[in-house]
Design a protein around this ligand. Structure first.
Ligand SMILES: Cc1cc2nc3c(=O)[nH]c(=O)nc-3n(C[C@H](O)[C@H](O)[C@H](O)COP(=O)(O)OP(=O)(O)OC[C@H]3O[C@@H](n4cnc5c(N)ncnc54)[C@H](O)[C@@H]3O)c2cc1C
Length: 433
């Protein structure tokens, strides 16, 4: 049987759910295909929102009319307005509560969800994607598609570029590995090139520890303050791990010299991995056990290996109707970044399906500037002069892009000023229309 929707989003991480919401709001009959039995992908274990420049991106989205996922994470935040090294005014959403809440929101809006629908085949002609097919044999047709399949794993890449499969939340062995739709269409994909020691990819930068395995005093501190910083004994400090992190915004010496723990429901340990026998020598962590990845003592998931060229409307280069979002759309790291790029990709997929002109977010806004600055061209070079392309992780929360935001005067925590800028750009409420 063939199933038709005007817009089909493939991948149900933060970028995919954001794309589905935006396409639905723009009036398109929208469906989402997700490989596993849960939405949110890497977002099932993240939690940090609104830190540094993400505050601006969040408020811009609220003002533009694509803020419901931010309002949702705000509503389930365990801590608000907290600080930890290099990061200010962060919120931490409860990673245990986010998925069911997001799923309800999508269903309430009338978006059709196909869970455990892993897309493995595509039929295309002259750059037009005609249909995709799941490994269960379901065939999906649409006028426009969004590839929001992320860049985590699969196991072969975690083996080749990292320390092996660490049994992370993506659960490749049970549900089958990630499959890129762009790749099914024959588009070239690029890896981040910023690690000096390996050919590409970067390792996820945090692990989760079961809070109930921490000492009572450490648990109480996390519950009350959201943050605990514990010095690491000198012989256990490993600065070289910082270089391999996906999240350059946390690649600061403080994160090698201390254990930074954040309360996201689990205790989020801000390091890619930490040998269990060392961890248990640290006061308060004598009984510590990893919740994600299960082998957090040895490694973590590899990411940033599957970026494609696109324009500022999020249309993948060389295609007529495939939009890209999230980690697929640039060397982009973060929930906020996935939601921003997803919203534009989803809206434009709907506009294309309706035969209307595509939209671009002006670069007077941080979200618009980020979208243009993080793109690569078909040779894998930065799409704009001065861009970092494959050699940097792009995030509003730190590293090169946050520096750029500050230099351009785009960083502020004044909500009224952000709304005014959105209004002046002619973008207030546009996603709601
Ligand atoms: C351990 C960890 C901690 C993190 N912590 C934070 C944090 O605190 N704050 C923050 O902002 N960011 C954090 N991040 C980064 C952030 O989670 C990601 O950058 C972002 O969520 C990526 O979203 P995405 O939609 O692009 O990809 P993903 O979340 O990877 O979603 C892709 C989805 O596509 C599905 N899929 C893949 N192939 C197919 C297919 N062929 N058919 C159907 N479905 C398919 C996958 O199952 C998955 O659900 C963290 C990441 C990790 C791994």
């Amino acid at each position: 049987m063939k199933i038709y929707h005007e817009v089909i989003v493939i991948g149900g991480g933060w970028s995919g759910v954001s794309a589905a919401l935006a396409a639905n709001k723009a009036g398109a009959d929208t469906a989402l295909c997700e490989r596993t039995d849960m939405l949110l992908g890497a977002g099932l274990v993240g939690g940090i929102m609104r830190n540094n420049g993400r505050f601006v991106a969040t408020e811009e989205c609220i003002a533009m009319g694509c803020g419901e996922l931010f309002e949702l994470t705000d509503s389930i935040s365990r801590h608000r307005n907290i600080e930890f090294p290099g990061h200010r005014h962060a919120s931490l959403y409860d990673v245990h509560l986010a998925e069911p809440a997001v799923r309800r929101l999508l269903l309430e809006r009338g978006i059709t969800l196909y869970m455990q629908a892993r897309i493995t085949r595509a039929k295309h002609h002259e750059g037009k994607l005609i249909q995709v097919e799941s490994d269960q044999g379901q065939v999906f047709l649409a006028d426009a598609f969004v590839d929001a399949t992320g860049s985590s794993g699969p196991q072969g890449l975690c083996q080749r570029l990292g320390n092996g499969c660490a049994a992370c939340i993506q659960r490749c062995p049970a549900f089958g590995p990630r499959v890129s739709i762009a790749r099914l269409m024959g588009l070239p994909e690029y890896m981040t090139s910023r690690r000096r020691d390996i050919p590409g990819g970067a390792m996820s930068g945090s692990c989760k520890i079961y809070k109930e395995t921490l000492s009572q005093s450490l648990r109480e501190k996390l519950d009350a303050e959201g943050v605990a910083i514990i010095p690491v004994p000198k012989d256990m400090v490993n600065h070289s791990k910082l270089d391999s992190k996906v999240c350059q915004q946390y690649a600061l010496p403080e994160y090698a010299e201390s254990l930074v723990l954040l309360d996201t429901g689990h205790a989020k340990l801000m390091t890619s991995y930490f040998p269990l026998e060392h961890l248990r020598q640290i006061p308060g962590l004598e009984n510590a056990r990893y919740a994600d990845p299960l082998a957090g003592g040895r490694g973590n998931s590899m990411r940033l290996t599957a970026t494609v060229a696109r324009d500022n409307s999020m249309l993948a280069a060389g295609t007529q109707n495939l939009f890209v979002a999230g980690e697929k759309a640039g060397i982009c790291v973060g929930h906020t970044e996935a939601i921003v790029t997803g919203a534009l990709a989803g809206r434009n997929a709907a506009l294309l399906a309706k035969g209307k002109p595509l939209m671009v977010i002006p670069d007077t806004l941080a979200t618009g500037d980020f979208i243009s600055f993080s793109a690569i061209d078909t040779e894998g070079n930065p799409a704009v002069p001065g861009g970092y392309g494959l050699s940097a992780s792009h995030t509003f929360a730190g590293s090169v892009y946050f520096e750029r935001m500050k230099a351009l005067g785009l960083y502020t925590t004044d909500k009224q000023a952000i709304r005014k800028r959105v209004r002046q750009a002619g973008m207030e409420g546009v996603f709601s229309t």
